[in-house]
Design a protein around this ligand. Structure first.
Ligand code: UN1
Length: 491
């Protein structure tokens, strides 16, 4: 099967006819072919989005929202089928793939409702017989660049608020996971979103992503991906004063205090560190543990890790699926060597599995390092794999300080039974997401999502915060006094 671009309402082949093959990361089996588009394809998509903007911005927002209700309904009806495709293409286990689609469903219904809300303010004027209010205005063409780890959820976080606000879209999904992007855009078309409003162009970051961020007719860029690429995007778009939202990963920690419910903490650690094979921006890769329970927690965690089953995500017995590709396996291997050379103790894992049944896939054993100190690179850099580093601390203050001493600030978590400690942590943990007695993953779509420092550039996705990125505020003054009233001068 060959996927197509979607430009100006037409499913079209790339102009230069280049394709590449997508393989299942669990088995190496060939799946489908995806266009390797060129700048010419991208230019056509931007032109379509630009010309559609003039009519789409005038479609009443509740009508735009109704289309998203239909999108949500269709996603719901096709949830199992879409999740299976996602597992084939990206590798995450079926249960998590269903969660990924569910996040898209939630976002569709939430943003559909924003079609009837999009609240501004009415506020008194300082002058008599004068009325003031604020309204949201769409901005123009939004360039949307998404990663492979949430092939459905993250595109919906960006596309749905963009279009309900009245913007049009050029969507460049991750090269590794085109299929879900293709299915999502087909659903948007079927739900009645007019041609030209959402355009889809497959291709590489260096060709299509680069052309998109540089295109003078693209007013907004919403990007999720690596810190390095995010910095590049910011440099290019900053020079053009192009509004840009960046979500660039994390080095998230779970803190476990001596008084914590250890069964609960271990459930949270296993799910956050090894769920999605550690390939979430929100994944836990540091475990900061108070000294009194450090040894017990380490031993109990190892017992649980032993029981994790690796395999294809389509198999119901699998706990941990493959990494996305061979380069990811190499990257994780590199960090195992870095950690060992730095003097951390490799307690478990650290290699690819020996099981011949797994040899064709990109598997890596769940890995635990202990004796890790905050200076080590394995405690500082995003590995994006099933590698957890244990750090011992004496107190909550020391734990919070360790948590904050990284260049990222996405998610953090604290396990304690002490409510005072919980609130102290909420005050002092310097991340955009904080969980008490839960792991570092599992953000819900109606709350703001994003982080501090190297995680981004201050914008938030999800919830009403997403509307702020995808719209411009207009302040309106209506003077019905019939005379010139000068603000700040007349009484
Ligand atoms: C990501 O990893 O980029 O909170 C997104 C979570 C999910 C979203 C993760 N709801 O883990």
């Amino acid at each position: 099967m060959r996927l197509c671009n979607f430009v100006n309402g037409q499913w079209s082949k790339p102009l230069h006819g280049q394709y590449r093959n997508i393989v299942n990361p669990a088995t190496g089996e060939a799946l489908w072919d995806v266009p390797q588009s060129s700048r010419e394809d991208l230019n056509l998509a931007v032109a379509a989005a630009k010309s559609s903007f003039s009519s789409w911005r005038l479609v009443p927002a509740p009508k735009r929202g109704e289309m998203l209700f239909r999108v949500g309904q269709m996603l719901l009806e096709r949830k199992a089928e879409l999740a299976a495709m996602m597992t084939q293409e990206m590798g995450k286990v079926l249960l998590e793939a269903e969660g990924d689609v569910q996040e898209g469903i939630d976002m569709a219904f939430y943003m559909a409702g924003e079609g009837r809300r999009s609240f501004g303010q009415t506020t008194p004027s300082e002058l008599p017989n004068k009325f003031s209010m604020t309204i949201r205005d769409p901005i123009g063409v939004a360039g949307i660049i998404t990663p492979w780890n949430f092939p459905m959820a993250i595109p919906t976080w960006k596309i749905f608020p963009a279009i309900v606000m009245g913007n049009t879209v050029v969507f460049k999904p991750a090269s590794e996971t085109p299929r879900l992007a293709y299915e999502l855009v087909k659903i948007l078309e079927e739900a009645g979103v007019p041609g030209g409003v959402v355009n889809l162009v497959f291709g590489s970051g260096s060709e299509i992503g680069e052309a998109l961020i540089r295109h003078p007719d693209v007013a907004l860029i919403s990007f999720t991906g690596s810190n390095e690429t995010g910095r590049h995007v910011a440099k290019v778009t900053g020079g053009e004063l192009k509004r840009t939202s960046l979500e660039l990963g994390g080095k998230n920690a779970i803190i476990v205090m001596d008084d914590a419910d250890l069964d609960l903490a271990i459930d949270g650690i296993i799910w956050s560190a090894f769920g999605t094979t550690g390939q979430r921006c929100t994944a836990c890769s540091r475990l900061i543990v108070q000294e009194g329970i450090y040894d017990t927690l380490r031993e109990r965690l190892k017992e649980r890790m032993e029981k994790l089953t690796l395999g294809s995500g389509l198999d119901k017995r699998t706990d941990v699926g493959p990494l996305i590709n061979k380069q990811a396996v190499e990257k994780v291997k590199k960090y195992i060597k870095i950690g060992t050379d730095e003097g951390a103790r490799l307690e478990m894992g650290g290699t690819v599995p020996q099981d011949p049944a797994l040899a064709a896939g990109n598997f890596f054993l769940p890995t635990l390092f202990t004796d890790v100190s905050m200076e080590m690179r394995i405690a500082q850099e995003e590995i994006f794999g099933p590698v957890l580093s244990m750090i011992k601390v004496k107190s909550l203050q020391e734990a919070i300080e360790a948590n904050n001493r990284v260049t990222y600030g996405l998610s953090s978590s604290l396990f304690t039974r002490n409510v005072n400690q919980a609130f102290e942590a909420i005050r002092d943990l310097a991340t955009g997401l904080i969980y008490i007695n839960a792991g570092t993953t599992g953000a819900e779509i109606h709350l703001p999502f994003g982080g501090t420092r190297g995680t981004g550039n201050g914008h938030r996705e999800s919830g009403t915060a997403a509307l702020d990125f995808f719209s411009e505020w207009k302040a309106i003054y209506v003077d019905y006094s019939g005379r010139l009233q000068r603000a700040q001068i007349d009484d």
